[in-house]
Design a protein around this ligand. Structure first.
Ligand code: FA5
Ligand code: MG
Length: 461
């Protein structure tokens, strides 16, 4: 991070983010360009597609308490420890997570607020919508900043008796949910002893069946609600694809903070798209939060993924556009009427013309080390690290921002004599807003090549 400041300047000892000051240390790996996204709060921006998507989903959970302005800088404890992430969990690595210092990160998911929200125990259910940050691949469905909505619902054991069991009561709540007639694939058993275990010390199988049924129906209804709006938006256009019946499926998943766990996928443009993860909340989290008698479920969904389905938005970078040709296409209903989903007048996004792509390759040797498989980064942060692909992604984003559509590894080989490894990445430059000149692209690419050598210590070929 020192390279963000000129060589003469001594590196700052603290950083202030929206009025809050944090000490810096060698763990800092968050570029200024990432921090610059914090004030945007797209999920709260009037008429923004992410805000509209959030509100449509919220309308499915009218009794859940909403938290939409939680601060994005959280402790390592909140983001990982409180949720039972193992000390060596890969999600904690600096290749995946933006650190401010050893104990402080930009939240990587809205689950960072689960423990605190359960502890406050303000209502049986809550929703948290927020910006989240991850060092990740560069392509049309991934961006280093995106938005999640977390939801949870719990039941208090003390309200039930052997006569009306907790499981019976939850089943009654399932019955009270609306029905739907979509085709849901759900081939796996709710509980699988190895792959998706029951928390035997805390829950009976009957309770977990009931919680799972309530969770799955609630989330299927979210997808139905979104799809209904998308269908209505497509009506009158000649998009036949959108009239295909909605297909959704449940797949088994793993999270350190739920068990059993699932992901929900929606068939979209010829492929299964993962839209959310969820499961039965680990009882240890509720116990640690001082509400040991509560049991229930939690989910975390990607608002961009849902908004892409809803409006047919083809590229995740568009959400960050300040271009009126994008923003003017979305409109919240005026006035504060009752929150019926029917009042949302969703229109399908009209792509403005696609500008030409300009692919450029960059090939380099990783720094040689004892291990031929990976090079070591220069020890700028004091901690030598193995080369990680996300480091390339990060440099691309710093140099070119959203001028890049995607970055793909196209070739890789190990020199038979020296054992050195060579990688070739194809960087696809394409603006969403105009045509780049060849000179502009070449200048960006030259800058990228230079920064790769400086920051990652690679040798260009
Ligand atoms: C989580 O983040 C869990 N916290 C979800 C959860 C909450 C599980 C509560 C259980 C209980 P995951 O990493 O799969 O899980 O992300 C959740 C969703 O965020 C994904 O399904 C996807 O819709 C979205 N998502 C993940 N990474 C990206 C990205 N780089 N860009 C856009 N959307 C993303
Ligand atoms: Mg996932």
């Amino acid at each position: 991070w020192r390279r963000y400041y000129s060589a003469k300047e001594s590196p700052p000892k603290t950083i202030t983010i929206e009025g809050r000051t944090y000490p810096l240390d060698s763990h800092m790996n968050t570029p200024p360009a990432i921090l610059a996204n914090i004030p945007r709060r797209l999920h709260l921006q009037k008429d923004h597609p992410l805000s509209i998507t959030r509100q449509i989903i919220e309308s499915r959970f009218p009794d859940h308490k909403r938290h939409n302005a939680l601060f994005p800088v959280v402790s390592v404890h909140q983001n990982f420890d409180s949720l039972g992430f193992a000390p060596d969990h890969p999600g904690r690595a600096p290749s995946d997570t933006y650190y401010i210092n050893k104990d402080t990160v930009l939240r990587t998911h809205t689950s960072a607020h689960e423990a605190d929200t359960f502890r406050a125990n303000e209502s049986a259910g809550y929703l948290i919508s927020a910006d989240v940050y991850r060092r990740d691949a560069v392509d049309r469905s991934h961006y280093p900043v995106f938005h999640q909505m977390e939801g949870a619902q719990t039941w208090d054991r003390r309200n039930f008796s052997p006569y009306v069991s907790l499981a019976d009561a939850i089943w009654a709540d399932v019955e009270a949910l609306p029905k739907h007639d979509i085709d849901v694939e759900d081939p796996n058993p709710t509980i699988h002893p190895e792959r998706n275990p029951l928390q035997r010390a805390h829950h009976s199988p009957e309770e977990v069946e009931a919680i799972a049924a309530h969770l799955k129906r609630s989330l299927e209804l979210v997808v139905v609600e979104i799809f209904t709006h998308a269908q209505r938006a497509a009506a009158g256009t000649d998009e036949t694809a959108s009239r295909e019946p909605l297909r959704v499926r449940w797949v088994e998943a793993f999270f350190p903070f739920t068990s059993p766990s699932w992901e929900l996928e929606v068939f979209w443009q010829g492929d299964w798209l993962e839209v959310l993860g969820c499961g039965v909340t680990k009882q240890d989290i509720l116990i640690d939060a001082g509400v040991p008698e509560r049991v229930g479920w939690a989910f975390g969904l990607g608002l961009e993924r849902i908004a892409m389905l809803l409006f047919d938005i083809p590229d995740i970078r568009l959400f960050w556009s300040k271009d009126a040709r994008f923003l003017s296409q979305f409109k919240e209903p005026d006035g504060k009427g009752e929150e019926s989903g029917m009042m949302w007048d969703v229109k399908r996004f009209q792509s403005f013309s696609k500008y030409p792509a300009a692919p450029r390759d960059v090939a380099f040797w990783l720094p040689s080390t004892t291990s031929p498989a990976g090079g070591q980064l220069p020890a700028t942060s004091g901690v030598p690290r193995q080369f990680h692909e996300n480091d390339v992604m990060e440099v691309v984003r710093e140099v070119a921002g959203s001028a890049v559509e995607d970055v793909r590894l196209v070739d890789e080989f190990v020199h038979p004599k020296t054992g050195r490894k060579s990688l070739c990445y194809r960087v696809n430059y394409r603006s969403l807003e105009r045509t780049f000149t060849a000179e502009e692209v070449n200048a960006l690419h030259e800058k990228l090549r230079k920064r790769l050598t400086e920051d990652l210590g690679v040798e260009l070929r």
